[in-house]
Ligand binder design. Structure first.
Ligand code: 5GP
Length: 189
């Protein structure tokens, strides 16, 4: 997606060889027009995949996902990064290691928002080691539903997430794929 790549080059900042900051349009400030265009790309790719619902992980996945859900006319569900206070069997929950925070969190989904007939598209802002996506996949599969695709806004292809998801056979579609990051360096593949 060329306009996304241009914005990454213009406004993105590599904080290290592994972390990219895109606070001006995705992670802090949100460019709604760009999010809408991102939704157009995800819709175009996944429109014939029989998707029934779109899941994302709070909070930076919400903006691109809501625009995709609107354009695909599908329900959207935000997976919560918190443990349920009443673990009474009404939720699916799994532990995920956060790439940016370096700590674990509980990813939680209410059983109300998924059924075994669902074919779910998971959308997230970044793909690094794949921990967040794999956590979402565990919740979906525990519910007996299918993972219809993984839509990623920015993939850091030099980290293991993409290869792990490919190897497991998931249909991953990333709008920008970064091959290299470094001081003053952002290279796409
Ligand atoms: P993973 O679970 O694939 O290791 O990391 C993906 C999650 O970590 C995303 O949900 C995103 O919030 C965060 N993340 C990973 N890498 C980056 C990065 O380079 N920049 C930012 N802003 N977030 C990242």
């Amino acid at each position: 997606m060329d306009i996304l790549k241009e914005r990454i080059l213009q406004e993105g900042r590599a904080l290290s060889e592994t972390v990219l900051k895109v606070d001006s349009f995705l992670n802090h400030g949100v460019d709604a027009r760009l999010m809408y265009d991102i939704g157009t790309y995800f819709k175009e790719y996944y429109k014939n995949h029989g998707i029934t619902k779109i899941f994302t992980i709070e909070s930076s996945g919400i903006a691109p996902t809501v625009m995709t859900a609107m354009q695909m006319e599908l329900p959207m569900v935000t997976l919560k990064k918190q443990s349920s206070k009443i673990l009474n069997g009404d939720v699916y929950q799994t532990t995920v290691h956060s790439f940016t925070k370096g700590s674990d969190y509980e990813l939680t989904l209410s059983k109300k928002y998924i059924s075994p007939e669902d074919n779910i598209l998971v959308i997230d802002d970044f793909l690094a080691n794949g921990e967040a996506a794999l956590g979402a996949i565990r919740l979906i599969e525990e519910a007996g539903a299918k993972v219809g695709g993984i839509g990623i806004v920015i993939e850091k292809s030099f980290q293991p997430g993409r290869a792990i998801l490919d190897e497991k056979g998931y249909d991953v579609y990333s709008l920008a794929r970064i091959g290299k990051l470094g001081k003053g360096i952002i290279e796409f593949i």
